[in-house]
Ligand binder design. Structure first.
Ligand code: C2E
Ligand code: CA
Ligand code: CA
Ligand code: CA
Length: 277
């Protein structure tokens, strides 16, 4: 925005102009992407650290762009939040992830819990009704759905968010706190939210082996145990990290060590290969 004094225009550099044009292009193309089925949901397994079983997966959006190939969310999520397109995009991801999860359940391939990322911009009075409608349309068991909200959204201690979370819990949908450790949540706030899962941010897992990060991860795990909240480590890439987390009694993990996010076809292949073993 160029509100404020006329002096602001002096700082509108050619690079900024480029950026605006790029955003406008993405905005226009994204409208088309949603209409023309260019969005994809990729799935990354969530693994139980004690049994090694895949018990669920995180749904991660991708954009199969006609010219630029498969685009990661960093190329378009922020823009979609800025333009409001995140509402339509988020609704599409939620419905597709629920449909696919119920399909795998119905086909006897696996009964898994899918977690779907929710942007703060999606959370409003109608959100719970929307989730209910999607569950009804896709026939997915609510217990098979988890919604991931970032720590920054959840720390917004407003009556509205508290009511919405309670209503979601009442339906049977699980709630997890994403990127945990990057914000400033208080123990009391986390207790009040009645969360189901804490997802420890990748930045701490990356640092495992250093005394500081070991201590932080240990502290998060012991806090989660006190609150009786499940704990999942994000971004596990090495066996050393997995072994540390196992001995520290972390419940679950996700990361390249187990698998990168996969297309639905490849994820289904992974599930059937695992079953045959
Ligand atoms: P996130 O929710 O924290 O998702 C985890 C990200 O870490 C994913 O990136 C995943 O591919 C990546 N990752 C998983 N394991 C590893 C690992 O072992 N090492 C490393 N280096 N990275 C790993 P991705 O798919 O690019 O997604 C980035 C972010 O975009 C997500 O971060 C999430 O904030 C957002 N996002 C993705 N899909 C959606 C969506 O459907 N809706 C919304 N609102 N946001 C989404
Ligand atoms: Ca997430
Ligand atoms: Ca995360
Ligand atoms: Ca993140």
């Amino acid at each position: 925005k160029h509100s404020g004094g006329g002096n602001c225009y002096r700082f509108f550099t050619p690079a900024m102009h480029e950026r605006v044009l790029h955003h406008q292009k993405i905005e226009a193309e994204l409208n088309q992407a949603i209409q023309q089925n260019e969005l994809r949901v990729y799935y990354q397994p969530k693994v139980n650290l004690q049994t090694d079983a895949i018990f669920g997966m995180e749904a991660l959006v991708r954009w199969q762009h006609p010219e630029r190939g498969l685009l990661p969310p960093s190329e378009f999520i922020e823009i979609a939040e800025h333009t409001g397109q995140i509402i339509e995009l988020g609704a599409w991801v939620l419905a597709e992830a629920c449909r696919q999860t119920n399909y795998w359940h119905q086909q006897g391939i696996a009964s898994l819990q899918v977690s779907v990322n929710v942007s703060g911009y999606q959370i409003d009075q109608r959100f719970v009704e929307h989730v209910n409608e999607v569950l009804a349309t896709t026939q997915l068991n609510p217990q098979q759905l988890e919604l991931e909200l970032t720590e920054s959204i959840l720390m917004n201690d407003t009556p509205a968010i508290n009511v919405i979370l309670k209503q979601l819990r009442d339906i049977g949908v699980a709630i997890s706190i994403d990127d945990f450790g990057t914000g400033y949540s208080s123990f009391e706030r986390i207790r009040a939210l009645h969360l189901d899962v804490i997802k420890v941010d990748r930045s701490f897992i990356k640092g495992l082996g250093s005394p500081d990060d070991n201590a932080i991860v240990d502290a998060i795990i012991s806090m989660a145990k006190t609150l009786k909240v499940k704990i999942l480590a994000e971004g596990v890439e090495t066996t050393a990290q997995r072994e540390y987390l196992q001995q520290a009694n972390c419940d679950a993990a996700q990361g390249y060590l187990f698998s990168k996010p996969l297309s639905s076809a490849s994820f289904e292949q992974l599930l059937t290969d695992r079953k045959r073993q």
